[in-house]
Design a protein around this ligand. Structure first.
Ligand SMILES: [Cu+2]
Length: 142
């Protein structure tokens, strides 16, 4: 016989809750503020040049001691310390092509890898320190 207008009561409550929720959104937008330019970290040092092998960095070693490049690539040997040489050769007693005599840092020498039709290893070593294991190898790919 009679009806309660329940639907209209519910909808007006929902509108009120919606208005309250909207008020909180504004609180989240402040804060921060960027640092001044003087506080920025200095730029990182430039990466080492590609295809470069450090000679004597951290001892009687080549770093890296292995590298893989295609034939015809220029590999740079860069002296980090003094008293090292670079020669091509599979064993300490069998030096082949000389890339550099015993040199002191700073010094650099380049070696262009041969053009190959199959994967070819080019071993190299330092004459004064070969017996200490100062050796490396360039893996050359076609
Ligand atoms: Cu050496």
């Amino acid at each position: 016989m009679f009806r309660l207008p329940l639907s209209s009561i519910v909808s007006s409550d929902a509108l009120l809750l919606g208005a309250r929720a909207a008020g909180f959104v504004l609180l989240l937008s402040c804060g921060g503020g960027g640092g001044s330019p003087s506080m920025q970290a200095p730029p990182p040092p430039p990466p080492p040049p590609a295809n470069t092998i450090q000679v004597g960095q951290g001892g009687s070693v080549f770093a890296p001691s292995e590298m893989t490049v295609r034939g015809g690539t220029v590999v740079t040997f860069q002296w980090s310390a003094s008293g090292h040489s670079v020669v091509i050769g599979a064993t300490c007693a069998n030096p082949g092509q000389r890339i550099a005599n015993i040199e002191n840092a700073p010094f650099s020498a380049t070696f262009t890898t041969p053009t190959v039709t199959v994967n070819t290893d080019v071993p190299f070593f330092c004459e004064p320190h070969c017996g200490l294991g100062m050796k490396g190898v360039i893996h050359v790919t076609p």
